[in-house]
Design a protein around this ligand. Structure first.
Ligand SMILES: *[C@@H]1O[C@H](CO)[C@@H](O)[C@H](O)[C@H]1NC(C)=O
Ligand SMILES: *[C@@H]1O[C@H](CO)[C@@H](O)[C@H](O)[C@H]1NC(C)=O
Ligand SMILES: *[C@@H]1O[C@H](CO)[C@@H](O)[C@H](O)[C@H]1NC(C)=O
Length: 496
């Protein structure tokens, strides 16, 4: 009635009327956007996956999200709602590294997802230590060229760099939140391991910057008439595991770890100390040779988990991504050789590779609808690793900045990893020179020392005793305690 009455008002009072009309259009547009989001969301719901267990119920979605319309780039995600009370739980994004490895194949299907591929790819098994116990869990295959993520412009595949990856991942978030608007105001955290040690802080930085700048951003992201999509995330922090962080400290740590864990001789270690300057952007031939000797010593054991038995499946059936990386990199400058895949366990990844190449699985996941995905699904892509532009040598300046901004920042390290060893990560954290809040001390799970941790003002570093590079795979219970504690912003258990 109020609206009708306004029509009768004299000319001079039309202003509030116009505003009301604008508001109405605004609201209806917003509602349309919301309902469009929800119906797209329903289209992504995964009803049933071949070989999945009947119980418990796991609510999940998957599909592609366009990140660049001009070049036709789309990233693939797999999303699991929290097992209980998803509306009350935070949202956690998980990224694997490589560069070139799939967060679906590793993170979701082999490490911390609720449905992991079972032995011989017969089906899926429920993982009782899944991280979606405490969070809504989003796995992203990034960048384009990884897994089911693709581009219609092939030159994109040879232009990949940290910056490129972060921009696309950010655009993914903007568009994913349009599809899942109920998560937009949720507490949001970013996590990942290995080379995602680069991706995670850089994406965090981008989210932080764009949040500050949200007006301009809304304008950029919305092509219609009204600014109804205020894209400001409730971003709280990040956590990274066995992360590649700083080339100097990580390389120094790799050499020291190999020596201190009796992998290489005193002579070789002395030689490395003499001929290697890890601060140099190019290593000398002598350094290159000495470091190759370290990798050769690791070749017969599992560099990613030095006390574990080596999986020998690869020799006969599938080729091991990590071994492949070593093989071809023998012909390339060592600067490349240091960039090995984050994923490694041929036994696990070969099952994932088999499972995600099944036609019925791809259809159920909305992964390959029009036969659009060119090659076979690979758990890690050699060509991306090879062509990737490694121009960022350290992400420590980003840590310093985001810690100062008050974000929650944790770094954890499986202490049996020879590839991105705990020693190098300690150097990295120490280089930040943060004041100590609580001293280095053990933390406990099931009456045992699960690892150690140290709290600084602004960041926490945690070790997981006896875990390798893939902590959630090697030490699932410890991994779950770790992520719960991080998400709740608490302290790890300091008593038995
Ligand atoms: C890529 O090209 C295919 C075939 O033309 C098209 O169906 C698809 O929508 C394009 N992808 C993107 C993200 O634009
Ligand atoms: C480093 O190595 C690359 C490739 O081998 C070469 O092109 C470049 O000039 C070298 N840079 C320096 C500073 O020596
Ligand atoms: C790699 O990235 C850096 C920084 O963005 C850029 O200056 C350089 O030209 C790139 N190199 C190649 C080979 O594309």
């Amino acid at each position: 009635m109020a609206t009708a009455a306004r029509w009768l008002l004299p000319q001079s009072q039309h202003k509030p009327l116009m505003l009301t009309l604008l508001l109405l259009v605004f609201v209806s547009q917003s509602l349309r956007c919301y309902s469009a989001g929800y119906s797209e969301q329903e289209r992504d719901r995964v009803a049933f996956l071949p070989g999945q267990p009947r119980s418990p119920q796991v609510s999940r979605f998957s599909g592609h999200v366009t990140v660049n319309e001009k070049n036709g780039r789309a990233l693939f995600y797999w999303f699991f709602e929290a097992q209980e009370q998803p509306a009350q739980k935070p949202l956690l994004l998980w990224l694997n590294g490589g560069p070139g490895c799939s967060s679906v194949g590793y993170g979701a299907a082999s490490e911390l997802g609720p449905l992991r591929v079972s032995r011989f790819a017969a089906g899926l098994e429920f993982n009782k230590f899944a991280w979606n116990k405490e969070a809504n869990l989003l796995f992203l295959e990034s960048p384009v060229g990884v897994g089911f993520s693709y581009t219609n412009t092939s030159s994109d595949l040879t232009s990949l760099s940290d910056d490129f990856v972060a921009q696309d991942a950010y655009n993914f978030l903007v568009n994913w939140f349009k599809r899942f608007p109920q998560y937009k105001d949720r507490e949001f955290y970013i996590s990942g391991e290995s080379y995602a040690g680069h991706y995670v802080p850089q994406l965090a930085d981008l989210v932080y910057e764009r949040n500050k700048d949200r007006k301009a951003n809304t304008y950029i992201n919305f092509k219609g008439f009204f600014f109804f999509f205020f894209f400001e995330l409730n971003f709280k922090g990040f956590i990274v595991g066995n992360p590649i962080t700083d080339d100097y400290y990580d390389s120094k740590g790799l050499a020291e770890y190999a020596w201190s864990h009796a992998v290489v001789s005193d002579e070789l270690y002395d030689q490395i100390k003499k001929v290697c300057d890890f601060r140099a952007s190019n290593w000398t031939d002598d350094c290159d040779k000495a470091m190759s000797t370290i990798f050769r010593q690791y070749h017969e054991i599992d560099i990613y988990n030095i006390y574990a038995p080596k999986c020998n499946l690869a020799q006969t059936s599938v080729s091991s991504s990590a071994d492949e990386a070593l093989k071809y990199s023998d012909h390339e400058p060592f600067r490349r050789r240091i960039r090995m895949f984050s994923g490694y366990d041929e036994c696990y990844s070969s099952y994932a590779q088999k499972y995600f190449n099944k036609a019925d699985v791809q259809i159920a996941l909305h992964a390959n609808l029009n036969g659009m995905h060119p090659g076979k699904w690979q758990v890690c892509s050699d060509s991306i690793l090879r062509s990737y532009n490694f121009s960022v040598v350290s992400v420590l300046p980003i840590y310093a900045k985001l810690i100062k901004a008050g974000l929650r920042v944790w770094l954890y390290s499986g202490d049996a990893d020879g590839r991105v060893p705990v020693i190098g990560s300690r150097y990295c954290v120490e280089a930040l020179a943060l004041p100590i809040k609580t001293q280095w001390q053990p933390w406990y799970l099931n009456q045992q020392v699960a690892g150690r941790f140290v709290e600084y003002h602004g960041m926490t570093m945690v070790t997981i005793r006896g875990a390798g590079h893939l902590v959630p795979l090697n030490k699932p219970a410890e991994g779950l305690t770790l992520i719960d504690t991080f998400l709740l912003g608490k302290q790890l258990p300091t008593h038995r």
